[in-house]
Design a protein around this ligand. Structure first.
Ligand code: AMP
Length: 364
């Protein structure tokens, strides 16, 4: 079979863009794609994915169902992702059948915290000091080498703080590792940061690169609570943060929007926490505060269109609506702010149910 993984030119309106994953990121990508005249086809293994209801077509199947994947590839002119834990095999299988962006390499790097941190450190970019932990002895040795406190995280499948624990002694590191039933882990030195920030950036098929202004991100219970833009960064530090995102995107030969999560130290020193090879929760404010949102930007990039204006015309605070908070939808609807409700049926604790973005005039 030929490998039609290269788009022959900009994808025309009317084409179908496939999106792997059916959560709120897929939903907002589908809405942005529709505005540019594209149809979208959502592929998800969940029965109640909230992106299904805003897309022209949907496939509900497992990510390793080759028959379903082949039919999906056939139905789409291009495929992209809205979450990074797409199995490697799925991405490689699709890559041989349909143009795919971003490529499987970005996904496989971002899926494994040890591979990801090694890749970033290999580019000469600072991260928390880290050690691979493959057994209990390495958990103890790693803790002694790094010093405490440290954070033990599973190498794969952790997000929003799932699969991670702060440890304060070698014994605790061993116990935390054992509690994960010997799942491969990484031990990171705890970073005493002043605050967290992120860069949401886009790279086009022609190598063009644009970044949104970096927001300051506040977490509660390991979940993003709010993003505030502008972040309290000097121009030089913000420029360095964007430069880091650019080096990462170029090293991956990345196409699409990516998020780079950062720890900012008290003197403006930057350490990369992780890369999200997709649109990012800390970029939701761009829908209201920028001419071209991160969602439209991602669609433009993967479709081979010119990147759009990422300039910000307002200051913004984006707040997630989490779990049962969505029950206040009527009160939220009365606030002078952009309200987004994802249409998820069950409001489990910690589940992102929507978000709200408040704008204010650009600060000088
Ligand atoms: P992660 O799942 O790796 O993005 O981590 C979720 C959150 O845990 C981060 O946004 C930080 O607030 C916190 N965190 C993760 N790793 C570290 C670390 N090495 N030092 C301090 N805080 C961390």
């Amino acid at each position: 079979m030929s490998a039609p993984s290269i788009l022959s030119g900009p994808l025309p309106p009317g084409s179908t863009i496939g999106i792997l994953g059916g959560g709120q990121l897929g939903r907002m990508l589908a809405l942005a794609a529709a505005r540019l005249g594209f149809k979208t086809h959502i592929y998800s293994d969940e029965t109640e994915s909230c992106a299904f209801s805003v897309a022209a077509a949907g496939t509900r199947a497992r990510y390793d169902d080759e028959q379903a994947l082949a039919a999906f590839a056939q139905a789409c002119d291009l495929v992209t992702f809205e979450f990074e834990n797409v199995p490697d095999g799925t991405a490689l299988y699709l890559e041989n059948r349909v143009p795919l962006a971003p490529g499987p390499r970005a996904l496989s790097i971002a899926q494994d915290r040890f591979v990801e941190k090694s890749f970033i450190a290999g580019l000469g970019i600072a991260t928390a000091a880290f050690r691979n932990v493959a057994n209990e002895a390495e958990a103890a040795e790693g803790f002694r080498a790094l010093g405490g406190p440290a954070v033990l995280k599973t190498r794969t499948l952790g997000y929003d703080g799932k699969g991670q624990r702060i440890v304060r002694s070698a014994e605790e590191a061993v116990r935390a590792y054992a509690e994960h039933q010997g799942v491969p882990a990484i031990l990171e030195k705890f970073v005493d940061f002043a605050f967290e920030a992120s860069v949401v950036a886009a790279r086009g098929r022609d190598g063009s690169f644009l970044a949104y202004d970096p927001p300051r991100n506040e977490h509660e219970n390991h979940i993003l609570r709010r993003s505030i833009v502008p972040a309290p960064l000097t121009g030089a530090v913000a420029g360095e943060a964007v430069g880091i995102a650019r080096r990462i995107a170029e090293a991956l030969d990345y196409v699409g929007v990516l998020g780079v999560e950062l720890f900012i130290g008290r003197n403006g020193e930057i350490a990369v926490n992780e890369i999200a090879p997709r649109v990012h929760n800390s970029g939701h404010w761009t829908i209201e505060a920028c001419v071209v949102s991160q969602f439209e930007q991602h669609i433009r990039a993967v479709a081979g269109w010119p990147l759009g204006d990422a300039g910000r015309h307002s200051d913004a605070v984006m707040e997630n609506i989490i779990g049962a908070e969505i029950e206040d939808w009527l009160a939220l609807s009365g606030r002078v702010a952009g309200l987004h409700i994802y249409g998820k049926r069950v409001a489990r604790p910690g589940r992102k149910m929507g978000h709200i973005t408040k704008l204010s005039p650009l600060s000088p």
